[in-house]
Design a binder for this molecule. Structure first.
Ligand code: NAP
Length: 461
């Protein structure tokens, strides 16, 4: 093999690769965890602390000095101290002049202060080069090495060179820096760890509310009604029967709710004759959490599959089957196979299996690792075309199973419709309107609007 000189150079160990000393102010939880990780990655670490006494908790090989002495030993100083104590840095302004100060602090509340902690630090020490980083990584994750979920480190700062120096450290620690721009982005970065599932709030509350409603609806009709009018105690329905009614209903309604905002958006655009006006806030928010609604729907559909698979193991089911066999034996008559019923039950199962398969496919393609590997058109095809197909199959699955209830008077206990009928309202409405929207006379103007055409340009903002 012909090796050229540059290859040989690349294989030669680089003796000048020695890492620069990093100073960390504060020997608290985060300062120690970060120092430990840095030493592991080959960085000499020196701590600046109020007490220079070495404790067992401080990583071996690290030096502990006063703040002023430690700062003189490094060009980069990580401030692992809460914002309320930043005043102690003012007397060190001269020593910290020109140094890169890394602000890693977080707050207790969203937008706790008028300016971000990093901007506050920059105001206190105008001669230093402040960079925001590491605040989204927890001390525990750094120490235990379980950084898989938070490998990304947001970095921002006004000094490009200082930011690069910090990003190099981030990379050397095996993490991924994400440049968020100037120090103005610090507020957003500081708010990030304080957010609690922002995109999940609406889908979770909606699901909890609907689940509670349908659960009590079934409880009233299947348990309480039967107890009052038929004197039968079916309270055990609470464990499997009712959840197995609520789960498919929830899965179907939530799947329809994934596609309903798109229908509203299309109607609004057609009505306004332009795409250049903002949707109402509620619609924007709804559109942003469609993925979460879909994933919760998938969770309900999976529960429905599990509940259905365990059904034959239930005492109630074996009792009912045994009762049927004994009554046939007592009457000395075998019931003939009802072909219509066999067709209905097989088609219902087949539709459910296909619907669930597409449901899972939608869930898988919404994972970032998968969606990053398909182009926009492929993603749209799966999420829109196959998504609608999943909705059609799941709606048909419910219709075939519950359709017979529509005409049966016994289904209207207390004059209330059966839960299957309720579950079909939103999906059927979505499918009917979608069907209208794909008619060429409606689809053509809608496509034009989405390509930038305006019916009445002077009305657009
Ligand atoms: P901590 O355990 O309370 O440590 C804070 C350190 O600050 C103390 O150990 C002390 O170090 C120093 N300090 C306290 N009062 C001081 C004062 N009046 N003057 C000067 N120094 C003082 O807190 P921490 O959990 O390490 O958090 C430190 C910073 O990291 C916070 O801003 C936090 O928001 C941020 N952060 C923490 C985590 C985490 O998982 N813990 C994650 C991301 C960001 P000395 O005794 O050595 O002086």
């Amino acid at each position: 093999m012909n090796k050229n000189s540059s290859n040989i150079m690349a294989l030669t160990p680089n003796t000048s690769n020695k890492r620069e000393t990093v100073c960390i102010f504060g020997t608290g939880d985060f300062g120690r965890a970060l120092g430990h990780k840095m030493i592991q990655s080959g960085y000499p670490v020196v701590y600046g602390s109020r007490s220079t006494q070495i404790s067992n908790l401080i990583p071996k090989d690290a030096e502990v000095l006063s703040h002023a002495e430690a700062a003189q030993k490094a060009a980069i100083i990580i401030i692992a101290i809460q914002r309320q104590h930043y005043n102690f840095l003012i007397p060190l302004a001269e020593i910290l002049h020109g140094k890169v100060l890394v602000d890693i602090s977080n707050n207790l509340k969203l937008n706790q202060y008028p300016e971000s902690n990093a901007e506050y630090l920059a105001q206190l020490l105008p001669g230093s080069r402040v960079v925001k980083a590491f605040n989204t990584v927890s001390a525990w994750a750094l120490q235990s090495g379980t950084l898989d979920a938070s490998r990304q480190v947001f970095v921002c700062g006004d000094d490009v060179e200082a930011k690069q120096m910090v990003m190099n450290i981030v990379r050397a620690l095996g993490l991924t820096p994400l440049d968020k721009g100037s120090l103005l982005a610090a507020q957003e970065i500081e708010n990030y760890p304080l957010q609690l599932f922002p995109m999940w709030k609406f889908p979770i509350f909606l699901s909890l509310g609907l689940t509670a409603f349908f659960f009590f609806y079934c409880l009233a009709l299947d348990v309480i009604y039967t107890y009052i009018y038929e004197k039968k105690n079916f309270s055990f329905f609470i464990a499997i029967t009712i959840p197995n009614r609520v789960c498919p209903v929830m899965a179907l309604i939530l799947l329809a709710l994934v596609y309903l905002p798109g229908i509203f958006a299309a109607i609004i655009q057609l009505y306004r004759g332009t795409k250049y006006r903002r949707f109402p806030d509620w619609l924007d928010k709804w559109m942003l959490c469609r993925k979460q609604l879909g994933l919760i729907a998938l969770a309900f559909a999976s529960l429905h599959v599990v509940f259905s698979l365990v059904s034959p193991m239930r005492a109630f089911v074996s009792w009912r089957t045994g009762k049927g066999i004994i009554s046939q034996a007592l009457n000395n008559k075998t019931e003939p196979l009802n072909n219509t019923n066999a067709w209905i039950s097989d088609s219902y199962l087949a539709l459910g299996i296909l619907g669930f398969f597409l449901f899972v496919l939608l869930g898988i393609t919404s994972l970032p690792s998968v969606s990053n590997n398909v182009n926009w058109r492929e993603f749209r095809f799966v999420q829109s075309k196959l998504g609608y197909l999943a909705l059609i199959l799941c709606t048909a699955h419910t219709l075939v199973y519950g359709g017979k209830w529509f005409l049966s008077p016994s289904a209207y206990k207390w004059y209330l419709p059966n839960i299957y009928m309720l579950s079909l309202v939103v999906p059927c409405a979505v499918l009917v309107v979608k069907f209208v929207l794909i008619f060429p006379c409606v689809d053509r103007p809608l496509t034009q609007i989405r390509q930038g055409w305006e019916r009445n340009p002077k009305h657009s903002e």
